[in-house]
Design a protein around this ligand. Structure first.
Ligand SMILES: Cc1ncc(C[n+]2csc(CCOP(=O)(O)OP(=O)(O)O)c2C)c(N)n1
Ligand SMILES: [Mg+2]
Length: 379
């Protein structure tokens, strides 16, 4: 082997083989200078009217879902709810671009994406109610559990996507992260593996400006989070995260590219969380009212409503239908969550190990005896 055999690493003519030579031209991987937008541009007319109406309907129902879940925390019926109010366009687009065989890897903020994917709206909230189990069957719905540790869902998505590819299955995995999540080691490892393996994965970063109280400026010095893609050798896309059709087309392109063997894409969606981080947070301590108000003017439902009415794709009747559907869902959530859940304390021991350890068996026997003794007393 001669030193010139290293040449296959260098795709750029004029470079000597060696460690410092760029391997590919980074220019095609760079994100757009300004975020991709469809609403309010001529590109909107090229979109399927049925899809646009569907996006609108899902936005309206999704907003109501967020509001009702937040209210349930105030009534003590949900332990915690990280609302995606203001980020609904990202949530519904992420779910809509995936096929039945694809996989979604959500974070704790992405309950609405899980519901949009078809998981029962109440089952999707089981974990946030304080139940130790996820509530829905991840295999049946091809939706991983809502992930609380930041970024750990990203390498899981890559592993699943790579494994599916090895099996010859045309599966794409979409992992959802926050801006703060991009500072995690798991994010780096996931992107590196995904690019090297050309795994069929899409990373959707919802940049809502904050990691709890930490603003993005204190989180990252990258030109944009989408630029982070380039260092790994995958394309980065920057999109308006409150523009549902823009998200839908950028994500669809990324999913199709992944499915066709083109490898991973990192999509950064610029958005804003209108509510506090969770019901346990006071956002007025680190954000100003004018800042929140400016984002209310760029609300995903408002933008969609305005644009669709201009094209005569939406009228009061259709808007009322969506509002009615949203109210019916909220009523169902109230009715089902106000009933006390029937829990079997012994379920604590299921799904922990395939074969329970001797210690777990002992603890299960102890709890079982205590429950039996208590039942005896109550008789
Ligand atoms: C590994 C890890 N470190 C810290 C935390 C605590 N934590 C929970 S949410 C959060 C902020 C994350 O912000 P971002 O990724 O921007 O997502 P957002 O909440 O804005 O959707 C932090 C630090 C965690 N859950 N996991
Ligand atoms: Mg954030």
């Amino acid at each position: 082997m001669t030193v010139l055999d290293h040449r296959h690493h260098t795709g750029v003519p004029g470079w000597m083989p060696g460690a410092t030579a760029p391997r590919t031209d980074p220019a095609p991987l760079l994100p757009d200078v300004s975020p991709v937008r469809v609403l309010g541009t001529p590109a909107l007319e090229k979109h399927d009217p049925a899809l646009l109406r569907e996006l609108y309907r899902r936005l309206v129902v999704g907003r109501r879902y967020n509001q009702q879940a937040t209210t349930l925390t105030k009534q003590g019926r949900l332990a915690v709810y990280p609302a995606s109010t203001g980020q609904e366009a990202c949530q519904i687009a992420a779910a809509l671009v995936l096929g039945e065989r694809d996989w979604l890897f959500p974070s704790y903020r992405d309950t609405l994406a899980v519901v949009s994917r078809g998981v029962d709206p109440l089952e999707a909230l089981t974990l946030l109610r304080g139940n130790a189990h996820t509530g829905y069957d991840p295999r049946a719905s091809r939706t991983a559990p809502l992930c609380t540790p930041l970024g750990t869902q990203a390498p899981h998505a890559v592993g699943l996507a790579h494994a599916a590819r090895l099996r010859g299955e045309p599966v794409v995995a979409l992992a959802m992260l926050g801006d703060g999540g991009t500072s995690e080691g798991d994010f780096h490892e996931a992107l590196n593996f995904a690019a090297v393996l050309r795994a069929p994965v899409v990373f959707l970063v919802q940049n809502n400006g904050y990691a709890i109280s930490v603003p993005l400026s204190a989180q990252s010095a990258a030109p944009s989070l989408a630029h982070k893609a380039v260092g790994y050798g995958m394309p980065g896309r920057l999109v308006d995260g409150n523009d549902a059709p823009a998200l839908h087309s950028v994500l669809t392109e990324a999913v199709e590219r992944a499915r066709a063997g083109g490898g991973p894409t990192l999509v950064e969606a610029l958005t804003y969380r209108i509510e506090a981080h969770t019901n346990a947070d006071d956002a007025t301590r680190y954000r100003t009212e004018p800042e929140v108000d400016a984002w209310r003017e760029h609300d995903p439902i408002l933008l969609m409503d305005r644009a669709l009415r201009e094209l005569h794709l939406l009228d009061d009747g259709l808007a009322q239908d969506a509002a009615d559907e949203a109210e019916a869902l909220a009523a169902r959530m109230r009715a089902e969550f106000h009933a006390d859940p029937e829990l079997d304390p012994m379920a604590l021991f299921t799904h922990v190990y395939a074969e329970p350890t001797p210690q777990l068996r002992e603890q299960a026997a102890q709890l079982s005896a205590e429950l039996a003794a208590e039942a005896e007393v109550q008789h």
